[in-house]
Design a protein around this ligand. Structure first.
Ligand SMILES: [Fe+2]
Ligand SMILES: [Fe+2]
Length: 86
């Protein structure tokens, strides 16, 4: 069974503020822009920047694991057609 085949679940919690010290880009979403009829919506970004490592403490949620993708549970089997003369 692969990770995608596991039932989707969540372990809860988050990373905490201090583990590990890191930086990355971020964007603050302030709204959703309606798309054309039948088209996709888009996010409205208010500000962007780069976190400042240990001087800018923040934490991340832990995302869901698994994707509940169907999978086969039948063992591989070979069938043979044979005739026996009696
Ligand atoms: Fe981060
Ligand atoms: Fe899990």
């Amino acid at each position: 069974m692969s990770l995608a085949e596991m039932v989707q679940h969540n372990h809860g919690g988050d990373t905490g503020d201090d583990t590990p010290d890191h930086t990355h880009n971020y964007a603050t979403v302030v709204g959703v822009r309606q798309g054309p009829p039948g088209g996709a919506e888009s996010l409205v970004v208010g500000s962007t920047g780069t976190t400042a490592g240990a001087n800018n403490r923040h934490h991340h949620p832990i995302p869901n694991a698994g994707n509940t993708t169907p999978f086969n549970v039948v063992s591989p089997t070979v069938f043979l057609n044979a005739e026996v003369k009696l």
